[in-house]
Design a protein around this ligand. Sequence first.
Ligand code: NI
Length: 278
Amino acid sequence: MSTTAIGNPSPHADAAEPTVTVTQDQVAFFRENGFLALDPITTPEEVAWLREIYDDLFERRAGREEGNQFDLGGTDEEGKQAALPQILGPARYAPELKNGLFRVNALAIARQLLGPDTQPTGDHAIFKPAGIGAPTPWHQDEAYWDPSKEYQSLSFWIPLQEATVDNGCLWFVPGSQRLEIAPHHSIGSDPRIHGLELEEGAIDTAQAVACPLLPGGATIHANRTLHYAGPNRTGIPRRALILGFGLPATERTTPRRFPWNEIKKTARAERARSAQEK
Ligand code: NI
């Protein structure tokens, strides 16, 4: 690219109509298994544009002060290299990310899977640095959320280079989207760590399926689908952009608690608190 992507619109910023949809067989596969792997949902040009913006956000530590950039896999102290850096709401720090073909296609497919009332629910970015990127332990996404709500949602996980077993592609347990939320705890049972992991043995992961992807491809998983990503053992950073979609969450009729979130005490939450006091 001759000019920088940073601050500039996507090569497909004006995209209005989806160019990719899923087949009825793919819809049926998603309902049965709770996940789906897709060929690229955007062009190589848009992937290259996304990658530049993505790298810039991590390099300038966008969102760090407000607690929106943090180490998902470690204690996240200042000056310590993050093993699994994450940014919540990357489009807040790079508004050009709000428009593009990747979004048009992801929303259209999400509506095929969940229905026409499906809306975007929020984005994040998880980076696995070359060589040192830590595994993302087995978890169900809903274990992070408000336990008083009932969800019908899904996530698009979009790698900005190839995703392989060696660099940390996603793995899923087929059918696990039908399970309740199993017990979780902070990684290594350290409440200073934001990342969660499934209690050992709570769900059998022997049947898990790995989903390698092309750059700009996507896996889709439901809010309760059990998933995992391995460490990055390669010399190339593994970048993934995650787009959330869902129907409006409703109030649950049967109460439940997620005690693993109640006892958390993270540096990230502390930064978010001080930023709000300013
Ligand atoms: Ni997840």
